[in-house]
Write a protein that binds this ligand. Structure first.
Ligand SMILES: [Zn+2]
Length: 472
C-alpha cells in the first residue's frame, strides 16, 4: 500500500494494508491530513518535529511473541502534567491483529485492544477483566504533539486516559481511553525496558554505539592517567629525588641548661624541599626538656620545634623522634639541641648526657595527592561510563552521528568536569609545592627495647632495616 503526500509528494510504502483510518501524517514534511480514504485526505496543519526521540520507524518490522507486525503509526502525546508518552501501532498483515507499544519516562508496555463487552467497570473506580481485578490509579488528559503514518483519532482533540492496575501483581493494566466521543479499552502488560527497546531496529544501533562509547571511555582513562602523571612529574621534577644524611652524636656537659651544636650539613638543590628528621634521642636525666633548632649558617635563620620532654618511661632512656621541618631552602645548616631540666636552676652543676642519633631526609614527594587524583579520575570515568550506557540515556547514544571523544566529552558536561578536575589537581599540587606556611611538627614515641636490658644498643627503628642494621 502506497501513500503519496499531497503536500510534498513523498511516497510512503507500507507492506500491510491499512483501513478504518481517520487521517495520515507525512513522515517527510510532517503535514497532517484528515480523511477516511486516501482520496479524501485533506490538509489540516504541519507538526513541529519534537526533540523527544521515537524509536520506531514507519513500516519497521517488529517481532513479538512469534508474531510479525509492521509499524503503521507513531504518536507522541503530552499529558497536562507535562509527561511525554510514545505510542506505536503495529499491524500484522495476515491476521490483521494489532499491537500497541507504549513507553514513557517510567514505563515500557505492550497493549492489545479488548472488547468493551468483556469488561465490567464499576462506579467505585474498579474494573474486572477475565477474572482479574483492576483498580484505577491514574487519570491523564493528554494531547498529540507529533505523529507519523496512519492515525485513528482526531489529532487536534484532547483525550483522557484512565489506567487501572491489576490488584494482584501490578504487571498488567487496563487502559480506558476517551477519544473522539468514544471509549476504547486496551489491556496492557508492563515489560522489561530492555526487552521493549530491543524490539526496535534502533536497538542494534544503540548497542553498537554503546560498545564504541565504552571503548572511548577506556581511551579517555588512559589519556587522563598519562596527563595527570605527566603534570605531576613536571611540577615535582626538582624534588622527586631525596638526599639522606645520618648523624650519631653524644653531648656531655655538667650543666642542665645547654645548647648542643650538631655537625654542619649542606642541603643541595634548586628549590625548597621538605626536610624530615627521624631519630633516637636518649638522655640519662629526666625529665629533660629538649628543643631542636635548625640554623641556616648563612642567614642565621632559625626554625625551632616546640619542646618535648624526656620522661622516665620505665623501659629505657630513649625516645623515638620525628621532626617535619616543612619546606627548607637549600643551604648549609646545623642542628642545635637545647636542653633544660625543670627541677634544676640555670647554672646548677649537673651531669647531662644527651645522645642524638638521627637521619635527615631532604626532598622527596608525597604521592598521596597523585594517587588520590588517579583513583578519583578512574572512579569519575567509571561512573560517567556506566551512566552514559544506561538504557535511560539511550537517546544520547542513538543521537550520536559519529562516536568520537569529543561527542563523549559532551555527555552531561563530562568535558567541563574533567577540565575542573585536572585544574584542581594542578592547583593543589602547585599550592602544596609553593606553601611556606606549613608547620614544623615534632612527634615522639616510646621505643621498644626488646632485650629489656635498657641498653641503647638494642633500640630499634624500622628504617635502619634498609641498611641491614636493624639492631644498632
Ligand atoms: Zn509530505
Amino acid at each position: 500500500m502506497e501513500v503519496a503526500c499531497n503536500d510534498c509528494g513523498h511516497v510512503h510504502k507500507f507492506i500491510v494494508d491499512v483501513s478504518n483510518f481517520s487521517g495520515f501524517v507525512c513522515v517527510n514534511c510532517h503535514s497532517y491530513f484528515k480523511g477516511t480514504t486516501l482520496a479524501t485526505l485533506t490538509f489540516v496543519k504541519k507538526f513541529d518535529v519534537p526533540k523527544i526521540l521515537q524509536w520506531a520507524k514507519l513500516n519497521e518490522s517488529i517481532q513479538f511473541k512469534r508474531m510479525n507486525y509492521r509499524i503503521i503509526t507513531k504518536i507522541l502525546r503530552r499529558t497536562t502534567t507535562g509527561a511525554y508518552g510514545n505510542e506505536y501501532v503495529g499491524l500484522n498483515n495476515g491476521s490483521k491483529n494489532t499491537i500497541y507499544l507504549a513507553d514513557g519516562v517510567d514505563y515500557t508496555s505492550v497493549l492489545y485492544a479488548i472488547s468493551k463487552k468483556k469488561l465490567i467497570v464499576t462506579p467505585d473506580n474498579f474494573c474486572k477483566f477475565e477474572r482479574g481485578n483492576y483498580e484505577l490509579e491514574y487519570t491523564d488528559r493528554q494531547h498529540v504533539i507529533y505523529a507519523e503514518g496512519f492515525v485513528f483519532e482526531d489529532l487536534d482533540a484532547e483525550s483522557t486516559v484512565k489506567t487501572y492496575i491489576r490488584t494482584i501483581d501490578e504487571d498488567r493494566f487496563i487502559s480506558e481511553e476517551f477519544i473522539d466521543d468514544d471509549i476504547e479499552y486496551y489491556q496492557g502488560s508492563y515489560i522489561d525496558e530492555k526487552a521493549y527497546f530491543s524490539l526496535f531496529d534502533f536497538f542494534k544501533d544503540y548497542k553498537s554505539k554503546s560498545d564504541l562509547v565504552g571503548g572511548k571511555f577506556k581511551k579517555l582513562g588512559v589519556i587522563l592517567v598519562l596527563l595527570i602523571a605527566s603534570i605531576f612529574l613536571a611540577l615535582n621534577f626538582k624534588q622527586i629525588g631525596s638526599d639522606v644524611y645520618t648523624f650519631d652524636e653524644t653531648f656531655k656537659v655538667k650543666k642542665a641548661r645547654n645548647e648542643f651544636i650538631g655537625t654542619s650539613f649542606e642541603l643541595k638543590g634548586e628549590v625548597s624541599k621538605t626536610l624530615l628528621l627521624e631519630g633516637i634521642s636518649e638522655a640519662k636525666n629526666y625529665p629533660l626538656f629538649l628543643e631542636i633548632k635548625l640554623v641556616n649558617e648563612k642567614t642565621n635563620a632559625v626554625i625551632q620545634t616546640s619542646s618535648f620532654v624526656h620522661e622516665d618511661n620505665d623501659i629505657n632512656y630513649a625516645r623515638g623522634l620525628t621532626v617535619d621541618f616543612c619546606r627548607i631552602e637549600p643551604g648549609i645548616y646545623h642542628l642545635v639541641f637545647v636542653t633544660s631540666l625543670s627541677n634544676a636552676s640555670r647554672d646548677m652543676e649537673f651531669d647531662v648526657e644527651l645522645s642524638e642519633d638521627y637521619k635527615l631526609t631532604y626532598g622527596g614527594t608525597s604521592y598521596f595527592i597523585l594517587i588520590s587524583f588517579l583513583v578519583g579520575i578512574i572512579i569519575l570515568l567509571w561512573v560517567y561510563r556506566y551512566w552514559s550506557l544506561e538504557l535511560k540515556n539511550k537517546d544520547f547514544l542513538v543521537r550520536l552521528d559519529r562516536v568520537n571523544l569529543i561527542n563523549v566529552l559532551k555527555f552531561k558536561g563530562l568535558g567541563l568536569v574533567l577540565i575542573v578536575f585536572v585544574a584542581a589537581f594542578i592547583a593543589i599540587t602547585v599550592l602544596i609545592n609553593s606553601s611556606t606556611s606549613c608547620k614544623t611538627t615534632i612527634s615522639t614515641n616510646t621505643l621498644e627495647d626488646h632485650t629489656y636490658t635498657g641498653s641503647r644498643g638494642h633500640y630499634y627503628r624500622s628504617y635502619y632495616n634498609e641498611d641491614g642494621s636493624g639492631h644498632k
